[in-house]
Design a protein around this ligand. Structure first.
Ligand SMILES: *Cc1c(COP(=O)(O)O)cnc(C)c1O
Length: 408
């Protein structure tokens, strides 16, 4: 008799995206001629940078020669990529992060879930509400939560509401927590955290010996030079934070797969017997055992992001999506909607109109404008009354979607 992991049975059956799919399918069957525009998905649409493609093609040719062939690479990632990341993403911004502290991986989604392997049971965990669902579901799967209640909130998690009422800034928890998931620029709200806000979190974590899990997947979209790109721009963060980064959203690697996690040397956790244990060693052990690295070809592609040409191409991609976001912001405001985000993130977070909840607004846009977005309530109870539109699309689709919404 093969027993299943009962924690999986606690999961609220992947409610959001299947339900969107069901409603879109029903609509399309009833209206086969309607030209739907999907502004719901958090996936990039524009081609990979030329610099990355050239580097990957060269790497493939190298792999075709006896001298240039590469088998298993270092589990932590090739040193030349880790050096480039440390220099361009961290040291250039004054962060004291070395190549040795960087672990290259095939995705931040995996890393932010897998990190639970090295963290114990019994941690008190805080997440924002709304939240990127991966943080919650990975804790449920690992047995770190209780059951879900009627509202879909799991026992044992502290939910920190981020809404217009608090300007989308995560409030410090009212009772102590040990693990804190923060994502800035935020998916789904598009909000950013100021230096002062991040400092208050770092101070909190240092005081409570808590660990911050900082997801910076959207840092490249930050436009205001005063907003930190990394938690390590805050003094003291080396003693209390792990950061996740990805090439998915800046360089369009969602289908190519490359990301990284920063675990500072000297960052400690506590064992059941009260001893201090370095997390770097545990993560290194975990990765060496359960992961065999990202392909040489893809790592060469990621390295090219840091070339002069790569930097220029990434900048152009970000500008393109941010121009989409600006169009969405401008047109929705002109349509009388209250909007947030979209200034330092590719997501615009819309207050649903009077008398419509998140799913009501979803149906309204689907039926009347044939535009698909994402109901805020799908990201958490405090997302009710909000709606997410993504700037990841072609300009013509964005223009047409906005024309249809303005015509309502
Ligand atoms: C898209 C995204 C990522 C990136 O995930 P990958 O697995 O690297 O593609 C990470 N965090 C958030 C919040 C995201 O939206």
């Amino acid at each position: 008799m093969a027993l299943v992991n009962g924690n999986y049975l606690k999961l609220k059956a992947g409610y959001l995206f299947p339900e969107i799919g069901r409603r879109v399918k029903a609509f399309s069957e009833a209206n086969p001629d309607a030209a739907l525009i999907r502004l719901g998905i958090g996936d990039v649409t524009e081609p990979l940078p030329q610099a990355c493609r050239d580097a990957m093609k060269n790497a493939i040719d190298e792999m075709g020669t006896r001298d240039g062939f590469h088998g298993y690479g270092p589990e932590q990632g090739y040193a030349w990529l880790r050096e480039a990341i440390a220099k361009h993403d961290f040291q250039s911004r004054g962060c004291d992060i070395s190549a040795e502290e960087i672990f290259v991986s095939d995705g931040s989604k995996c890393d932010s879930s897998n990190i639970l392997d090295i963290l114990g049971e019994g941690n008190r965990i805080a997440v924002t509400d709304p939240v990127y669902p991966v943080y919650v579901d990975s804790n449920v799967m690992a047995g770190r939560t209780g059951d879900a209640n009627e509202g879909g909130q799991y026992g044992g998690l502290s939910y920190l509401p981020i809404t217009a009422a608090n300007d989308f800034t995560a409030p410090l928890p009212s009772s102590p927590v040990d693990l804190i998931y923060l994502c800035f620029p935020n998916n789904p709200t598009g909000a950013v955290a100021s230096r002062e806000q991040l400092k208050s979190w770092v101070d909190y974590a240092l005081e409570h010996k808590a660990l911050i899990l900082f997801d910076a997947a959207y840092e490249a979209f930050i436009q205001d030079p005063a907003i930190p790109h990394s938690i390590f721009e805050i003094e003291g963060a080396r003693q209390c934070a792990i950061e996740f980064r990805s090439f998915s959203k800046n360089a369009g690697f969602t289908g190519t797969r490359c990301a990284l996690t920063v675990v500072p040397k000297g960052l400690m956790g506590t064992s059941a017997t009260g001893e201090q244990v370095e997390l770097w060693g545990l993560w290194n052990r975990r990765q060496s055992t359960k992961f065999n690295g990202v392909s040489y070809i893809v790592q060469r592609g990621a390295e090219a992001v840091y070339s002069e040409q790569g930097q220029a191409e990434v900048k152009a991609l970000i500008s393109f999506y941010m121009e989409n976001a600006a169009i969405i912001r401008r047109e929705l405001s002109a349509a009388g909607l209250t909007i947030y985000g979209g200034e330092h993130a590719p997501y615009v977070w819309i207050k649903t109109p009077e008398g419509m909840d998140s799913w009501g607004f979803f149906d309204h846009l689907l039926n009347k404008a044939n535009v698909v977005g994402t109901p805020g309530s799908g990201f958490g109870a405090a997302g009710e009354g909000y709606f997410r539109l993504s700037a990841f699309n072609s300009r013509s689709n964005v223009d047409e979607a906005m024309r249809r919404i303005r015509a309502l």
